[in-house]
Design a protein around this ligand. Structure first.
Ligand code: TXA
Ligand code: MG
Length: 324
C-alpha cells in the first residue's frame, strides 16, 4: 500500500474524510499525539487498525468526536461527565462511560466491554476532519503497538509507512503526551492513565480526591491495554539517573548531568509543559542516534511527579519496564 502524505488544507482534510468514509485508515495530528483513525462504526476498518499496529484485540480504542453533544449520543453521560466535558473539551481528556443503547461504535473497538472511551480533541484541523466525517472516529496512537507514540507526521511514517492509507500532516503536537483517561463508570471517578489534563485539575473540577491506578495494571480487566511495557525504544532505559556513563545517551531535565556525548534536554529551564511536548521526539532521537553510535542505554534524569510530570513519569516508567 502506498501511504499518501496529505497537507493541512481544505483539500487534504476532504481527502482524509473521504478515505475514512470509504473504510480506510488515516493518521492525523491531535493536540496530544498523532492518532490512527478509522470509522468507529465500520467493523472492517476498525479491525484494520489492529492489524496495521499489531495491537492485541483485547486493547480497546478511544472514539473521537467534533463535539460533546455528538460524544454523548454514544455513551450514558452522568452530570459529572457533562461538567468535565464543559470544562475540559475540546482537550486532552478521555472519559470512560457505559455504552448507550444506541451506541454505533463497533464492539471490536471497545473490545467487547460494556463501556466506551470518548473524547473531543483540540485543534483546528482535527476538528474540521471530525466535522466533515460526521461519525465517531476511533484512533489509537499512530505507532506500531508497544513503541514510542508519534508527535509529528514523520514519526508516523517511520513506523507505519506502507501499512495505512494516508497521513494528514498537522504539524507537531502541542501537548505531546496522550490524553488523561478517567473512568466514570463506577461510584467514584478513577484515573486510568495520567495525561494532558493533570490529576490536580481533575480533582479541582470534581471537588473530590480521585483514585489513581497504581503503576502496572496488566491484570486489570477493565483496561487490558494499559500494559506496563509500552512506549519502548530499542535501547534499554534507566530512570532517575544521578550520574551518566560515556556509553549512555542522556535524556535530561533541567541542568544537565555531565558525562554523555549524546544529550536531549526535555526542558533546560525545568518546565513540565515543554518537557511533555518534547518527550517522544527525544526518546526517538536518542534511540536512533544512540544506536548508530553504539551506545548501550538511555539514562533519564529525574522528572518531578506533580502536574504534567505525572504523565511524563508514567510514560518513562513504561518505557523502562521489562519487555515481554
Ligand atoms: O491522546 C490520546 O488519547 C491519543 C489520541 C490519538 O487521541 N490516543 C491514544 O490511544 O492514546 P491509545 O489507543 O494509544 O490508548 C488508548 C487507551 C488504551 O490504554 C486503552 O486500554 C484505553 O485507552 N481504553 C480505551 N477504551 C477503554 C475502556 N472502555 N475502558 C478502559 N480503558 C479504555
Ligand atoms: Mg498508544
Amino acid at each position: 500500500m502506498n501511504t499518501q502524505l496529505l497537507h493541512d488544507d481544505p483539500q487534504g482534510i476532504e481527502t482524509a474524510a473521504a478515505i475514512l468514509r470509504a473504510g480506510g485508515l488515516v493518521a492525523f495530528g491531535t493536540e496530544t499525539v498523532y492518532g490512527l483513525g478509522a470509522d468507529a462504526g465500520n467493523d472492517r476498518a476498525v479491525s484494520a487498525i489492529y492489524t496495521a499496529k499489531g495491537r492485541p484485540g483485547i486493547n480497546p480504542l478511544i472514539s473521537h468526536f467534533a463535539s460533546a453533544d455528538a460524544a454523548f449520543t454514544q455513551v450514558v453521560a452522568t452530570p459529572l461527565a457533562h461538567a468535565l466535558a464543559e470544562r475540559f473539551w475540546p482537550g486532552p481528556l478521555t472519559l470512560v462511560l457505559p455504552r448507550a443503547p444506541a451506541c454505533t461504535i463497533s464492539p471490536i473497538a471497545t473490545a467487547g466491554l460494556a463501556t466506551a472511551a470518548v473524547r473531543v480533541p483540540a485543534g483546528r484541523t482535527i476538528h474540521a476532519l471530525l466535522a466533515a466525517c460526521g461519525f465517531p472516529v476511533v484512533a489509537p496512537s499512530a505507532n506500531p503497538s508497544g513503541g514510542v507514540s508519534p508527535s509529528d507526521a514523520g514519526h508516523v511514517l517511520a513506523g507505519l509507512d506502507g501499512r495505512i492509507d494516508a497521513v494528514l500532516d498537522c504539524g507537531p503536537c502541542t501537548v505531546g503526551v496522550e490524553s488523561t483517561i478517567l473512568d466514570l463508570g463506577g461510584a467514584r471517578p478513577v484515573l486510568l492513565r495520567p495525561g494532558g489534563i493533570t490529576l490536580e485539575m481533575l480533582e479541582d473540577a470534581c471537588g473530590m480526591p480521585i483514585t489513581a491506578m497504581a503503576g502496572s495494571d496488566d491484570a486489570r480487566p477493565s483496561a487490558p491495554g494499559q500494559l506496563s511495557s509500552h512506549y519502548a525504544p530499542g535501547l534499554p532505559v534507566r530512570l532517575d539517573a544521578q550520574t551518566v556513563a560515556a556509553d549512555e545517551a542522556l535524556l535530561a531535565f533541567g541542568p544537565e548531568l555531565a558525562g554523555s556525548g549524546l544529550v536531549w534536554n526535555l526542558s533546560p529551564r525545568g518546565d513540565l509543559h515543554e518537557a511533555a511536548a518534547r518527550l517522544f521526539a527525544g526518546l526517538r532521537f536518542l534511540d536512533m542516534e544512540g544506536h548508530r553510535r553504539g551506545l548501550v542505554r538511555i539514562a533519564v534524569q529525574h522528572v518531578p511527579g506533580h502536574g504534567l510530570g505525572r504523565a511524563i513519569r508514567d510514560r518513562l516508567i513504561r518505557a523502562a519496564s521489562p519487555r515481554s
